[in-house]
Unconditional design. Structure first.
Length: 579
């Protein structure tokens, strides 16, 4: 297919925010992750016809030749010259290659204030506006300390100190998702608890806080992945889980008041170890179907939905022996009206594409290598604003994520790798963080505990830029410390017992750090003018000394020695405001 044909029909994303989630650790094999779909995300098909100009032959008009010999010779010379020029032009027109369709460039841009250090084992991330201020917020599932953490977005450039909600002793939450479960136009949270065989529901209040957790029993299922969709066409969100323990998927139908039915389960087969689930209408009957990545049996499985919310066995799509599909995503990858499937094959270091034939069957898998990277979770979105769906994959063990730019005909470009600085970027969410109408990425890594935000630029994204700090940076804040109208950075270094100040040049780069001593184990930092001299000062919570340090600023980027003030036991977070 030519490049011109590639753009005859385009696929566009109507919703600005799409969410991709990971999933779970595999007890038998290796860790696994899953893609989660935000139920509010809708992919719309846009048909754009490109009118092409055709080269047509034009006959020469008959010419009246003069009878005078010299005139005839001169006229003949002119005519033959014109004919040669025309032949040359036509030769160039028919032999020159067709101009290629220029695709928007893709770059990743990560500014130093965006990485958020979080030491509690982040496993999954979901995005939503929890306090109705129009800025995206984050919910993080923390499998190490059995909690979810809520980060409230602040003007698209920073996030609040996290608020923790317990998921129960031994719950080991593996995945989190968001949706409105009680039709109050306020986002709620659901999370899958692998350790206690349960689903936790947190109903939102609308100000960024949540009601006490309600627990839904899942028997002995070991849920490792969770998704939301309206599976029975009653306009109410239902919960779908992939269950490692019982080799099955379960559906909990929503009642619209925050309550759910008991789970209805469907087997995925012996030793299938389902790792992820996604929904789509694969046979165009206006009923949602289920697609499941089966890590244990190297396959993707389709269950066809009926109008009453039940499901029948459909198809098994093989992903090759040893491929170990970790995650699954759905989207329109070519120019038809049928939904296609993409899987992340962790065992064979590749992604697999299954194009829908339109009759309830799929074409054989086409694979694209991720080189030496083991793909962990997979998601889709238009990252370079060409109205064609692209694919993003987080890679395990190689400190990067991969982008496959879509051509719109079901094929994809070779991957472009972008560094995350962490070996286990196991989960990501896709959303417009700073409301510039370009998709951004939030990635969590459970080896470093970092939450990285990569902002989309006009061409796409730029690679991250890193700047050295002290030992074990734990918290970060920004402010103008030397009154040059440029933002600077301060970082609390827990193992170094100091803070690092990096003065900004105003172009996204910063001077080398300047350290200033604090108390023991500084865990959180904030800035404010504490002595009303119009100069920013620094306050630090010292969890090892049970106090806070205040460093008064001179207004030139340097600070006085700390003054300490006693607090309660183990202060871990600090905030500034007029109380």
């Amino acid at each position: 297919m030519t490049e011109d044909n590639r753009v005859n029909n385009h696929i566009a994303i109507e919703n600005a925010c799409a969410v991709s989630d990971p999933h779970v650790e595999n007890e038998r094999h290796e860790n696994a992750t899953q893609k989660q779909s935000d139920p509010s995300t809708i992919f719309a098909l846009i048909n754009k016809k490109i009118n092409k100009s055709k080269i047509t032959a034009t006959s020469l008009d008959k010419t009246c030749w003069p009878k005078h010999g010299t005139s005839i010779a001169a006229g003949a010379f002119v005519v033959f010259t014109i004919i040669e020029i025309i032949i040359g032009v036509l030769t160039i027109s028919f032999t020159s290659p067709n101009p290629t369709v220029q695709k928007c460039e893709l770059k990743l841009k990560e500014t130093p204030q965006h990485p958020i250090d979080y030491k509690y084992g982040p496993r999954s991330v979901a995005v939503g506006d929890f306090n109705n201020d129009s800025w995206p917020d984050m919910a993080i599932a923390n499998h190490v300390v059995n909690s979810i953490a809520i980060y409230i977005g602040q003007n698209g450039t920073s996030f609040s100190t996290p608020i923790q909600y317990s998921t129960g002793n031994g719950s080991t939450p593996y995945m989190v998702t968001v949706g409105d479960f009680n039709n109050d136009n306020i986002l709620d949270i659901a999370e899958a608890n692998f350790g206690t065989n349960s689903i936790g529901i947190f109903l939102g209040i609308g100000n960024g806080s949540f009601e006490k957790r309600v627990e839904l029993s899942m028997g002995s299922s070991r849920p490792i992945a969770i998704s939301l969709s309206d599976m029975n066409n009653d306009t109410i969100l239902d919960i779908i889980t992939a269950n490692y323990g019982t080799q099955s998927i379960s559906i909990l139908f929503g009642y619209g008041n925050g309550n759910f039915s008991s789970p209805t389960s469907y087997s995925t087969g012996y030793d299938s170890f389902p790792s992820a689930v996604a929904t789509g209408d694969f046979n165009n009957d206006n009923c949602l179907d289920l697609s499941i990545s089966n890590y244990g049996t190297d396959s993707a499985q389709i269950l066809f939905g009926n109008k009453n919310g039940t499901f029948t066995n459909g198809l098994t799509l093989l992903t090759s022996v040893g491929s170990r599909p970790n995650s699954i995503a759905v989207g329109h990858f070519n120019q038809d009206v049928y939904q296609d499937i993409a899987v992340a094959n962790s065992g064979s270091n590749e992604i697999g594409i299954f194009l829908n034939n339109g009759n309830g069957t799929f074409a054989k898998q086409v694979t694209y290598s991720t080189n030496s990277s083991s793909p962990y979770s997979i998601g889709v979105g238009d990252f370079n604003q060409d109205n064609l769906l692209d694919i993003i994959v987080s890679n395990n063990g190689t400190k990067n994520i991969a982008f496959f730019l879509g051509y719109g005909n079901g094929t994809f470009a070779l991957p472009r790798m972008y560094s995350t600085g962490a070996f286990s970027s196991i989960s990501f969410a896709i959303c417009d963080v700073n409301k510039d109408r370009r998709l951004d990425i939030m990635a969590v890594s459970n080896d470093t505990g970092a939450i990285d935000i990569l902002l989309g630029s006009f061409e796409g994204f730029e690679n991250q830029t890193t700047f050295s700090t002290g030992s074990y940076p734990q918290s970060v804040a920004v402010g103008n410390f030397n009154n040059d109208t440029r933002l600077d950075i301060v970082v609390a270094n827990q193992n170094g017992n100091d803070v690092s100040v990096l003065l900004g040049y105003g172009n996204g780069t910063f001077e080398n750090q300047m350290p200033f001593s604090t108390g023991s184990e500084p865990s959180s930092v904030a800035v404010g003018d504490f002595n009303n001299d119009t100069r920013l000062d620094i306050v630090v919570a010292n969890s090892g000394d049970n106090n806070v340090s205040v460093l008064l600023g001179y207004g030139n980027g340097s600070f006085q020695n700390q003054m300490t003030f006693s607090t309660g036991f183990g202060p871990y977070s600090v905030a500034v405001g007029y109380f």
